[in-house]
Ligand binder design. Structure first.
Ligand code: NOJ
Length: 541
């Protein structure tokens, strides 16, 4: 079958690396660029096409790198610019693309731009951030809340104004209405594109513009809708502190820049749970290539909900827009923990890697890492400390990668204390132990990835849901040319029988159970508890 030319970011799979936790090469208990370089062969062996690395820039680490104090540097804790260039060169020699995180909504309060901005009301950079007078009663300018807890305004006693921070007070929001800010950020993007990076993932892109009049958000009493539970932050409808139309103009400028470099990708963290809001970020195919779709992350493990969300998404995608799915990331609990166990995580892997659209895999999911309980005195995440209370937050899904069964799991040298504790099960759940084990999660991921790469029906084919199946099952067809695949996922802990006589018969290419199933008759297809199967339908069937 002649294949049409498909951009790498459509055909490929993205692997997210949280750099603090991937591999420590210098014994400080924190991952670094040398560590990533060392493991690129592994990423390649896994079958990935691109790595997205969470922020590696100079930063006081109030939000572990999402508080950037120099947009065009490398934090010495991670290495040097030469190390980064070496990483890029090594990745490219392995035919792996490199995607960086780009954090335009806010900088660190230690960034020289903010230091200047706060130094006086008439400093030339004053207007680079969002400063406002207090209300007549001395209170903050409006009712906006910080995602990380409390009011989104911080008082500056020296210049007697408030500044806006959508996240920590150490993360002041930049003023994107100022053309100099836009210019400076375009220069930052140009800097990295010139170095040869293949794309960026833009942090909270939907927040960069706020209402010009800074109007109060209206109160909300119906919880958090389909998104993540953010506590007090969910007590408002966020209609004035984000999602302003001007963001689209900026994205079009980003896209023009990226297009002028050729084959680069613009990904956005569009943490949005209203389809219209989300798909708007494709623009007229002139904004983001990949507005991240998080819609599956907060669903209960329920076949009907998953099917409904996938079908809705397929239906609302604008013409020519390429879908994508994120099932795990550094802000959300691990898949195995969220869905209640390893059997569910295996079925979720099959789902993620057989849906239509670019999948993103968070490091460690491929070996079945689960959330790690963090003792109160070791909690690091500022959101965990401020909003969720001790013991919660995002640390459990950010623990060190488990490479082998040696002390410290091969993440860092023996005797070093890693920045977050290792999972208690690392002696068995690790790359070395799973590599040659046919029944391991790692083997399942590798086989799924290989099939996705090899089969056009999977990486480019149509998606069609299948009706008339038991309520606990999500079943769909993927088809390209003569290649027809059936994916049947059982979301429950009991056996389920499917009667799909009209589909004829086929061959099981892969089951989430490690045994070989071979030829199957679809008039009576039995799925075992939590089993997922990928079946190639017999031609003409
Ligand atoms: C979204 C990032 O994914 C998250 O980790 C970070 O804390 C916030 N944006 C603020 O930058």
């Amino acid at each position: 079958m002649a294949e049409r030319k498909i951009p790498w970011w459509q055909k490929g799979i993205i692997y997210q690396i949280y750099p603090r936790s991937f591999k420590d090469s210098n014994g400080d208990g924190i991952g670094d660029l040398h560590g990533i370089i060392e493991k690129l062969e592994y990423v390649k062996w896994l079958g990935m096409d691109a790595i997205w690395i969470s922020p590696i820039y100079p930063s006081p680490m109030a939000d572990f790198g999402y508080d950037v104090s120099d947009y065009v540097g490398i934090h010495p804790m991670f290495g040097t610019m030469e190390d980064f260039e070496r990483l890029l060169g090594t990745a490219h020699s392995l035919d792996l693309k490199v995607i960086l995180d780009f954090v335009p909504n806010h900088s660190s309060d230690q960034h020289p731009w903010f230091q200047e901005s706060k130094s006086s009301r008439d400093n030339p950079k004053r207007d680079w951030y969002v400063w406002r007078d207090p209300k007549p009663d001395g209170g903050p300018p409006n009712n906006w809340l910080s995602v990380f807890g409390g009011i989104a305004w911080e008082w500056d006693g020296t210049t007697e104004q408030y500044y806006l921070h959508s996240f920590l007070k150490e993360q002041p929001d930049l003023n994107w209405r100022n053309p100099e800010v836009q210019q400076a950020m375009l220069d930052v993007l140009r800097f990295w594109l010139d170095k040869g990076v293949d794309g960026v993932r833009i942090d909270v892109i939907f927040k960069i513009f706020k209402d010009l009049q800074l109007r109060d958000n209206p109160p909300r009493t119906d919880g958090h809708g389909h998104g993540k539970n953010l506590g007090e932050y969910d007590s408002q409808y966020h209609i004035y502190d984000q999602l302003q139309p001007e963001a689209h103009e900026v994205l079009r400028a980003f896209r023009r820049l990226f297009d002028s470099y050729g084959d680069r990708v613009l990904i956005g963290e569009t943490h949005l749970f209203n389809w219209a809001d989300l798909v708007a970020f494709y623009g007229d195919r002139d904004e983001l290539h990949v507005p991240f779709n998080f819609a599956l992350i907060y669903l209960d493990w329920d076949a009907a909900s998953f099917r409904r969300v996938v079908d809705e998404y397929e239906a609302v995608l604008p013409l020519g827009a390429w879908p994508n799915y994120v099932l795990g990331c550094h802000d959300d609990h691990r898949i195995a923990t969220r869905y209640g166990g390893m059997a569910q995580a295996r079925t979720a892997a099959m789902l993620l890697l057989t849906l239509r659209g670019t999948p993103t895999v968070y490091y460690g999911e491929e070996i079945g890492m689960a959330d790690v309980a963090i003792p109160p005195e070791q909690v690091q995440d500022p959101w965990g400390l401020q909003v969720k209370g001790i013991g919660a937050g995002r640390d459990p899904e950010r623990t060190p990668m488990q490479w082998d069964g040696s002390p410290n799991a091969g993440f860092t040298a023996e005797g070093v204390v890693p920045w977050l504790p290792l999972a208690p099960d690392f002696a068995t759940v690790n790359v070395a132990a799973e590599k040659d084990d046919v029944s391991s999660m790692l083997t399942l991921y590798r086989r799924l990835i290989q099939l996705r790469r090899d089969m056009p029906a999977l990486h480019v084919g149509q998606y069609r849901p299948v009706d008339g199946v038991p309520a606990d099952c999500f079943v769909y067809l993927r088809q390209e040319g003569d290649q027809r695949l059936l994916v049947a996922l059982n979301f429950c802990a009991d056996e389920r029988e499917l009667t799909l006589s009209y589909l004829g018969d086929g061959t099981v290419m892969l089951s989430t159970y490690p045994d070989e199933r071979g030829h199957v008759d679809l008039s009576a297809l039995v799925l075992r508890p939590h089993e997922g199967v990928l079946i190639e339908l017999t031609a003409g069937g």
